[in-house]
Design a protein around this ligand. Structure first.
Ligand SMILES: [Zn+2]
Length: 414
């Protein structure tokens, strides 16, 4: 007994950047894509369930390279998880997972706050959700962004959650041990920060350096030995330079990259991706703390310019929202932001599909509609190359398939 599905009639955007194919046929066998081609070129098995995508656009399932699915607020008590019962928080996160999947996001890399149990629950089929890669927690030295104390110097009541190791370490050996601790707790990716940011405390700005070089070298070496990529929050100044020179795998934010153009060829050479995460800065600029608003406004022009020079230099630019904490479920906002910053709609779609999969180490499995990959696909009413904002929440994403399973089908109402 086979479980075959076939999507017919849609215009295919494959995620690899090629020209769209009108009237495409995509054959799915169980969880994988078995055939892709023009109508008529693929034989449709008699027992296949036909999904008519006529008049719609078929794209790979979308990927967010940087979100925080368990973050509900920037308030410290909420971050500590003490504002509601644990069960209530977990069910709230489960609802975010479902909502995110139903808006077309079939893969999300979580940059901290989500414990590995959520990934396992999704894999087990307990809750619907995107494929997850979990970073568990930020890693920084004492006084850095992982060192989340109350203004009076109190740590989270009840101590660190064992599912989310406390991210503070010092000295090279300390960072090696911290990476091991994250991996033991189920981390798929290692998240660190070599600079402050827009939302960090008043004394910890976007160009303030957090790490010693030997500390970062130890962290990157240990992560790579354990098969984990390193995603590094770095906005500008010496911390951004150090991250690129030492060889992290992606720069998160990179807002002041335009001030150090000599770093661009190094990023290309070392295959370091850039996830600008414009989404979160639109919130920091409008709803943030007074210093957060000022920082977000000050960096905006540099941020846009940084992405433009990175694209020109051939750096892989990918979509990550970092919006969790402000709001959930509109991850495609980032695709619109990338177009606003100067990417073509096709480049912005690649940034959230094929290029994103490369950046997070899943290029063999997801990101493009090609034979052998996971059947992660969405159908959109309309043409996102004409208006990319139709990918945003509540607009035109009417059908979502992940691993061959249909999680949303609103085609009838469309
Ligand atoms: Zn983040």
């Amino acid at each position: 007994m086979t479980n075959r599905k076939v999507i017919t009639g849609a215009t295919l955007i494959d995620g690899a950047g090629g020209p769209p194919t009108e009237n495409a046929t995509v054959l799915v066998n169980e969880d994988r894509i078995e055939g892709v081609g023009l109508a008529g070129s693929i034989q449709i098995p008699a027992d296949a369930e036909v999904i008519d995508g006529s008049g719609m656009t078929l794209l790979p399932g979308l990927i967010d390279c940087h979100d925080h699915l368990a973050s509900m607020s920037y308030e410290i008590a909420s971050r500590w998880g003490i504002t509601e019962m644990r069960s209530q928080r977990h069910l709230r996160v489960a609802s975010v997972l479902r909502q995110t999947l139903e808006t077309g996001y079939t893969t999300v890399r979580d940059a901290g706050g989500l414990d590995a149990g959520f990934r396992m629950a999704v894999e087990e089929g307990l809750v619907p959700g995107p494929r997850l890669l979990c970073g568990l927690g930020f890693i920084t030295p004492t006084g850095g962004m992982a060192d989340r104390l109350s203004p009076l110097g109190f740590a989270a009541p009840g101590g660190p959650d064992t599912g989310l190791p406390w991210g503070v370490a010092d000295g090279p050996e300390g960072f090696r041990a911290k990476v091991r601790e994250m991996v033991r707790a189920g981390a798929d990716v290692i998240k660190c920060a070599t600079t402050g940011g827009a939302s960090s405390t008043a004394g910890l700005g976007p160009k303030d350096l957090l790490f010693e070089r030997d500390e970062l070298e130890a962290l990157v070496d240990e992560a790579h030995k354990r098969g984990c990529l390193v995603m590094c929050h770095a906005l500008g100044g010496p911390g951004l330079r150090m991250a690129i020179e030492v060889g992290v795998d992606s720069i998160e934010h990179g807002s002041y990259l335009d001030e150090a153009p000599d770093l661009l060829p190094i990023m290309v050479e070392k295959d370091i991706s850039l996830a600008p995460t414009f989404g979160v800065y639109t919130f920091h600029a409008t709803r943030g703390t007074p210093h957060g608003r000022a920082r977000a406004a000050a960096l905006r022009e540099h941020h846009v310019r940084s992405v433009q020079v990175a694209m020109e230099a051939g750096v892989r630019v990918v979509a990550g929202t970092d919006e969790g904490g402000w709001e959930h479920g509109n991850n495609a906002h980032e695709i619109s932001c990338l177009v606003e910053a100067g990417l073509t709609p096709m480049q912005a779609i690649q940034a959230a599909t094929g290029r994103a999969a490369e950046a997070i180490g899943l290029a063999a499995e997801v990101g493009t509609i090609s034979v052998g990959k996971q059947a992660d696909m969405i159908l959109v009413a309309g043409d996102p190359l004409q208006d990319v904002t139709i990918l945003e929440r509540g607009k035109a994403v009417d059908f979502v398939m992940k691993g061959g399973v249909v999680y949303l089908d609103r085609r009838a109402q469309a």
